[in-house]
Design a protein around this ligand. Structure first.
Ligand code: ADP
Ligand code: MG
Length: 434
């Protein structure tokens, strides 16, 4: 069970409590935020968005209730833990950037490391790496007032990342930027979520930004009034309820699968299934090719899945030059790749035709593919668990558990990594049978 990275329990914030100017900025709020989620807190000015964000960051104290970040209760933190939280667990980005005008860009970025007492050379290397990544390396020795707003915000983002925190909090980060710079910064934040797997919580009052989020919390008058889900990243136990109320008709088994492949929402499902399959198949089997070689291969996989070409034509086309409508791979790679795809598709077809009859072959296939050294009893268990998964009696997480549980506890006793690989292969095979 995945634990929330942030829990907000019965949190209330009242400014100037008991005075004539008392302000109830946040009514009782309960929230759970899970690792790798991209959350947007959305609502009109004054509704309490920043108050909620700062309460999560520890910059604002709870009047009542509590906030827990990575198992540490903010109200019970000692000074050292509080410092640690801000230096290494949470990165913050603000609308007004808050760069220090008298420091160069690279020193601004490395500031959090300076506080931690790291050597100048190691911190500069990491800072430069981030500046290069964000396309502002040439600005390293300039001062903040020599940069555009968009550049400054990228510097601030680099600074928030320098100690590699798991969580990024951003308060209206593009509120001061022109639309092009805003777009750049929003893309960058999305990438930090997608690629770097950071948990992101962004505050905004701009409805155009909402598409970026996995989950949008709508706020009004100090309350979270509703929640909008674009991509479910919460653990499956929690997600189940939303799945039931999903208006799109998708088989339950397929919904389970969708949770194992991040790039898809249920609404996209029916229309996009074939290209998605092609992409997953490609991601699953490939690495280290140029983008055009990958793109071409992806089109060819779609052709294959649409039955416009067969496996041997796939091999030929992958091997052919890009100029001649091929994917520009070499013969060896094209051959082994096609072989791999054909095997996966064959297993999938077998299951589709007769799950019962396909199981021994599927087990053998997986044992060979992963070079498993297991005894007949383990193989039998493997086959039993595969059957349960193929029949959707268990989900992929339960399967993984059964695979890596020790033999004496009734598991197959596989290594954790091997169990994971096996599950991924099986999920791919199962996806293809739809
Ligand atoms: P938002 O970020 O959604 O614009 P805030 O969280 O900043 O909203 O503010 C919520 C309410 O609390 C507003 O009415 C604001 O004026 C008030 N407020 C915010 N900060 C303070 C403060 N430090 N002292 C008193 N009132 C505050
Ligand atoms: Mg605000």
């Amino acid at each position: 069970m995945v634990e929330p990275v942030i829990s907000v329990d019965k949190l209330r914030v009242i400014y100037n409590q008991g005075k004539s100017n008392e302000m109830r900025a946040l009514e009782e709020t309960n929230l759970k935020i899970f690792p790798k989620e991209y959350i947007i807190i959305y609502g009109p000015s004054g509704c309490g968005k920043s108050t909620l964000l700062y309460s999560i960051s520890g910059l604002q104290r709870a009047t009542y209730g509590n906030v827990t970040v990575q198992d540490i209760s903010l109200s019970q933190m000692n000074e050292k833990q509080e410092l640690e939280l801000h230096q290494t667990k949470i990165g913050m980005i603000f609308q007004a950037f808050y760069l220090i005008p008298s420091l160069t860009i690279i020193d601004n970025v490395c500031l959090p490391k300076i506080f931690r007492g790291e050597s100048p050379s190691s911190r500069r290397a990491e800072g430069m790496r981030l500046l290069r990544r964000f396309g502002i390396a040439e600005q390293a020795d300039k001062f903040p007032n020599q940069l555009s707003g968009g550049q400054k915000q990228r510097v601030a983002i680099a600074r928030s990342l320098i100690n590699n925190p798991e969580i990024i909090l951003a308060d209206e980060p593009v509120g001061n930027l022109d639309s092009e710079s805003a777009q750049n910064v929003l893309t960058l934040l999305k990438e930090l979520n997608d690629v770097d797997k950071k948990t992101i919580i962004m505050v905004t009052h701009n409805p155009e930004h909402l598409v970026y989020a996995d989950r949008v919390l709508h706020m009004k008058d100090g309350m979270v009034v509703s929640e909008e889900i674009h991509e479910e990243k919460r653990p499956i136990e929690v997600a189940q309820e939303e799945i039931k109320s999903d208006p799109v008709e998708v088989p339950n088994e397929l919904k389970m699968l969708m949770h194992s492949f991040k790039n898809l929402s249920s609404q996209q499902m029916n229309i996009l299934l074939i290209p998605f399959k092609a992409k997953q198949l490609l991601n699953h089997t490939l690495s280290e090719l140029r983008e055009e070689q990958v793109n071409m291969a992806e089109s060819l996989l779609k052709e294959l899945l649409f039955n416009n070409i067969d496996a041997s034509q796939l091999t030929e086309r992958l091997d052919a030059d890009l100029d001649n409508g091929g994917a520009g791979w070499n013969k060896q790679r094209a051959t082994s790749f096609s072989e791999r795809i054909r095997n996966i598709m064959q297993q999938s077809k077998n299951i589709q035709e007769s799950p019962e009859a396909a199981l021994p072959g599927l087990a053998t296939y997986l044992i060979d593919l992963l070079h498993l050294h297991i005894n007949p009893e383990q193989a039998l268990r493997l086959q039993t668990f595969l059957k349960q998964r193929v029949e959707s009696k268990i989900n992929q997480f339960e399967l993984k558990h059964k695979l890596d549980a020790p033999k004496i506890l009734g598991g197959v006793g596989l290594h954790k990594g091997t169990a994971e690989k096996l599950v991924r292969e099986l999920e791919m095979i199962m996806l293809l049978k739809y």
